[in-house]
Design a protein around this ligand. Sequence first.
Ligand code: DAH
Length: 364
Amino acid sequence: MSSEVVDYKGQVEAVREAFEREFGRFARFRDNEESESLALDEAEGLLRELSDVRTRHTAKKSALSQLMKLIGRVPAEERARFGQSVQLLNNYVVESLDKAQAALKVRIEFLQRERERVDVTLPGRRPRRGHLHPITLLRQRIEDIFVAMGYSVEDGPEVETEFYNFTALNIPELHPARSPQDTFYTTDGLSLRSQTSTVQIHAMQRRRPPLRVIAPGRVFRRDTPDATHNPMFFQLEGLLVERGINMGHLKGTLSEFVRRLFGPSTRTRFRPSYFPFTEPSMEADYSCFKCGGAGCRLCKGSGWIELGGSGMVHPNVLRAVRVDPEEFSGFAFGLGIDRMCGLMYELDDIRLLFENDVRFLEQF
Ligand code: DAH
């Protein structure tokens, strides 16, 4: 006779109570899907915890599974009732877990969709529109003037051989322009061009006279940067080689150029000078665009602003590219774009042009 009285009903109740204790905080989602107040991370956290609860209460080693296994060992007369109550408990546990899980998933999906929703009626972020650099703006204005006078725009390399930077331009071996203190030498025999005059040579080799070209571009010098110097700056070279060209053509061209750039009342003056690649050479000045020549702070009281160097192409330069100086003559000029830009916009420091500070560049 089995004297053991096993409280089967009590065992089922104990398992139910243990489940309810842990499931308690999820019950509200099961009963009325009350999950609307949950934030996304809360709901996701609860879903993970719920899955742990499911493992603890339904997995193979759970108390509920133990009860299931027990069914077969319960005395026949109690088996049906016990089996039924275990089955009911199992249904209840699984259904509770499923319902709470479903409610949480609905909430999570809703919040995820909400997060990804795009309000197409919101105004977009305006792109910041850029514009051309002040040096480019001025370069283009100058190019337009010369192109209208029949010039083509030429380009040349920034790394040059001694032939193009010096020899062909009639700059002799011992000329100070060749000094490492003035020029950036790279590999033997090569240097960064210190002037756009190098393009005179390339242009004559490429096109052969008669020709009219301008060559804007970067040049490099070993200068310590200060308010009026940069080791890299922009020049614009001009070269015209045709038959029967004289100094009058040069003066007329530069005079017309400054009139078109600064206005029809702009005057010019020419001072004798020296450059190895021109003979005779001169410096060109134009009347100050600010005071009209009366003298102001911009022109340092003189009424004149320096335009650049110029002159009649030296016969040796023509010979260097096998052009007959008896047949052709020409003039050349070179001006500094940065310096002109600095004056026109009244910059107290031309280094600003290359600092790439948008607060400065936006003003043009
Ligand atoms: N290359 C000269 C310089 O950098 C400027 C110059 C002077 C250019 C006279 C010329 C010229 O074409 O004829 O200072």
